[in-house]
Design a protein around this ligand. Structure first.
Ligand code: CDP
Ligand code: CDP
Length: 231
């Protein structure tokens, strides 16, 4: 079977990475979490005092972009690739609500996007890749054979993300998680560079009332149909 590129975009906590990981495993494709790359740059900016609640030194971040090396290493036990910043595994540190609170500001910087998009395109150049994010079907892989756009109600998404964070031991409130989801939706959809928007040729999936298994079977069916359609 020929290999295709699968681009999955959508709002925060719509289940993009869950379904992307399942698809990649099933099809023997590489999964790339592009959001983890924006989170890694955010983590770097936080560690180096470039972004705080009151201040964002954008120029310094742009100047230091050449010091930020992001890589992925497959973890057999987890079944997906974890993200590394300058050689250190930061997979857990980048999932906090604090990082989520800053990431959309960092992701709105064109110089950051330019560097990450180039790396993402390199990672997907041989096809056989499932990548999820906000601009994968509209900017990174405009020629992807299958483009999905995932949506769900803000309350459903906040509940899912709240459960995920509390299960891993983070102390957060539902209200703070919902606010983060809504704030990020706003910044991500209104930024000038590569705003989150459904590509004209993307298939929209509302999974507000779908279980993870239900969404996976729907998406797998679309992927198989796409591959078969090309043969
Ligand atoms: O998992 P969740 O949906 O919460 O977010 P994510 O996929 O880890 O992405 C975090 C943030 O990175 C998003 O809210 C966007 O601001 C940014 N992002 C982006 O601008 N473009 C991408 N391709 C992926 C993420
Ligand atoms: O990658 P994205 O931010 O779009 O979402 P995710 O990290 O895949 O999913 C966010 C949370 O929702 C995870 O804890 C998933 O297990 C959960 N989820 C769910 O309960 N039901 C779905 N249909 C999809 C995701």
């Amino acid at each position: 079977m020929g290999k295709i590129t699968i681009a999955i975009d959508g709002y925060s906590s719509t289940g993009k990475s869950t379904v992307a990981k399942q698809l990649a495993k099933h099809l023997g494709y590489v999964y790339v979490d592009s959001g983890a790359m924006y989170r890694a740059v955010t983590f770097y900016a936080m560690q180096n005092g470039l972004i705080t609640e009151t201040d964002f030194n954008k120029e310094a971040l742009i100047y230091q972009l050449n010091k930020i090396n992001i890589s992925f290493k497959f973890n057999e036990a987890l079944g997906f690739a974890e993200v590394y910043l300058n050689g250190n595994n930061i997979e857990k540190q980048i999932r906090t609500l604090e990082v989520s609170g800053f990431v959309s500001k960092i992701a709105a910087v064109s110089e950051v996007r330019e560097q990450l998009v180039e790396q993402q395109q390199q990672m997907g150049k041989d096809k056989g890749v499932v990548m999820d994010g906000r601009d994968i079907g509209t900017v990174v892989f405009t020629d992807a054979e299958l483009k999905l756009f995932m949506v769900a109600s803000a309350e459903k998404r906040a509940t899912r993300r709240y459960n995920e964070l509390t299960e891993r031991g983070d102390s957060v409130t539902y209200e703070a998680v919902l606010k983060n989801v809504v704030d990020r939706d706003y910044i991500d959809t209104t930024r000038k560079d590569s705003p989150l928007v459904k590509a004209d040729d993307a298939i929209e999936i509302d999974n507000s009332n779908m279980t993870k298994d239900e969404q996976f079977s729907k998406v797998l069916q679309l992927a198989i149909m796409t591959v078969e359609g090309l043969e």
